[in-house]
Design a protein around this ligand. Structure first.
Ligand code: DGP
Length: 142
């Protein structure tokens, strides 16, 4: 497996070199909106530790990221009235991974509404900003 690339786009977001629509942060994880959402409120949860994917992440970092994925999922149900949540996570190009810093997709779903294809279109900045605000408030409220 290739080694971790410090210049991948999510590493730059984690270092604050690129912006994101943040919904949650703690000492070990960051969650922000996917700018090409498959459904409204589509979030990505990342460990802060450098890890390419599930094949090299430390067990404690993986466990923490999943705990955060659960936290933001519950908030999405409250904030978006989601009927369900789809969790996706891709590993290496053959597994569908495009950005090589481990991330869990948390996708709020409405009954009967299909997801858009992956990375189909960029959402408008004002829509993302509003959704991030709503989700961050729901997450902070627990
Ligand atoms: P994958 O590695 O297959 O899980 O796909 C990467 C996802 O990351 C895809 O849903 C689109 C999203 N994405 C790509 N570039 C950016 C970016 O600069 N910012 C954010 N927030 N999401 C991005």
């Amino acid at each position: 497996m290739p080694s971790y690339d410090q210049n991948n786009i999510f590493a730059k977001i984690l270092r604050g070199e690129l912006p994101c629509y943040k919904v949650y942060e703690d000492d070990k994880a960051l969650a922000f909106l996917d700018i090409m959402p498959r459904a409204p409120g589509h979030m990505l949860v990342l460990p802060k530790a450098p890890a390419r994917n599930i094949l090299d992440v430390g067990a404690a970092d993986l466990a923490h990221v999943m705990m955060v994925a659960q936290k933001v999922s519950k908030a999405a149900v409250k904030a978006f009235g989601a009927d369900g949540i789809t969790i996706q996570q891709f590993n290496e190009g053959a597994g569908g991974q495009v950005v090589f810093h481990l991330h869990i997709h948390v996708i709020p779903r409405k009954a009967g509404v299909p997801m858009k294809p992956p990375a189909a279109e960029k959402e408008k900045p004002d829509v993302l900003a509003e959704q991030a605000k709503k989700l961050a408030a729901a997450i902070a409220a627990g």
